[in-house]
Design a protein around this ligand. Sequence first.
Ligand code: FE2
Length: 329
Amino acid sequence: MVIVLGVESTAHTFGIGIVSDEPRILADSRFNYVPARGGIHPREAADSFIKNAPSVLREALSQAGLSIDSIDVVAVALGPGLGPCLRVGATIARALSIYYSKPLTPVNHAVAHIEIGRMLTDARDPLVVYISGGNTVITAKQGGRYRVFGETLDIALGNFMDALVRELGLAPPYVVGGIHAIDRCSEGGRYVELPYVVKGQDTSYSGLLTAALRAYRSGVRVEDICFSAREVAYSSLVEVAERGLAQLGKTEILLVGGVAASRYLVEKFKALAEYRGVELYVVPPRYAVDNGVMIAWTGMLMFKYGVTIEPENAVVKQRWRLDAVDIYW
Ligand code: FE2
């Protein structure tokens, strides 16, 4: 049996996960940085990670009932993400690897979001819709890589949703009881026209954000703004996903990333899946958001195919693209 410990620290979560190759999740310990106001402040987040990392690590080992000696491999998310945050995880992973003489495996955070979705659902070879605060990507495996068939041309879908409710004075907190502020606010809303943008196979949300806030300032009801902005943003995503399906002939869709926890978005994708006669899979909400387990699991896959890195070469890659990673499985 191989046991991998994974370290996640790309944005607002410092997480340690431990998995075995059965596969089984042995531990899942997390610390979440919550900014006092506004968006994420990278240096503040990194400082809070440094303070909390020892207890997160201890908690993970105690959940698994293991000492560090029983860990075979250390995996770490080296990117993409925020520099100061990434460096905390990389430093800890390098230290563990060197001090305890464990092989170190580099993991791409985006690949990890996809692989945890595949591990926890029955999806085999899906069209993947990866939607989070930092990413909006339509991708599928082809020729040994996750190729990108569509993406946002500017801000990510989750970033758009957060920025809108923040500017409307409805957040933070962005998500309460698993429901995003944009969903709460959309109740009772009516559709008002906002710019719908699809360019080729790509979406775009920054113009929509500007237009929605302009409509708000001109007196349009806040519930109408939320309802309409959400409708336009989600519909354009579904449209580019449908194009990807048609182009690639895939028979499965897999939703991963933090925004995959949005029930209303899942409803829209259910309708698309029914219409096209394909299966829809959605990563469980607990693993839709950032966590150490997905890093450990992807590290396991990488390690099984011989991918390791010398600690001195394990430097962070803030803009490490999904389609730059060789996928051997
Ligand atoms: Fe993420």
